[in-house]
Design a binder for this molecule. Structure first.
Ligand code: AMP
Ligand code: ZN
Length: 112
């Protein structure tokens, strides 16, 4: 499958890893939008939030359980924002479920 995040998960494309286990990979975003910008992905291909269902939601639970540890591991000490873009209107560019952890500064723009 021609999916850049699957290739990163398989080690075929290098990444700056923050955390890895058998199901999850967290790595620094190549184009950071904050002093700390980490992406957390399931190693299995799920295209986006819209594709989460009762068959595959265990990995989402696992990701959310690990996010505090990943944020800490990335050096975030004073809070962070978690974002997952889903679909065209949200400007999702990589069609493999991922969660952006943004931190290391006071967020300026209020998106929500
Ligand atoms: P989104 O726009 O929510 O789909 O986010 C995709 C993110 O993936 C963007 O923030 C990109 O900078 C990031 N990205 C794309 N290719 C790579 C890569 N090879 N390594 C790390 N981050 C990447
Ligand atoms: Zn993929």
């Amino acid at each position: 499958m021609d999916c850049i995040f699957c290739m990163i998960a398989e080690g075929k494309i290098p990444s700056k890893k923050v955390y890895e286990d058998s199901d999850i990979l967290a790595f620094h975003d190549i184009n950071p939008q904050a002093p700390v910008h980490v992406l957390v992905i399931p190693k299995t291909h799920i295209c986006c939030l819209d594709a989460i269902n009762s068959e595959n939601s265990d990995i989402v639970k696992k990701i959310f359980e690990k996010i505090p540890e990943i944020a800490k591991q990335a050096g975030i000490t004073n809070g962070y924002r978690l974002i997952s873009n889903c679909g065209e209107d949200a400007c999702q560019t990589v069609k493999h479920l991922h969660f952006h952890i943004l931190g290391g500064c006071k967020m300026q723009e209020r998106m929500i």
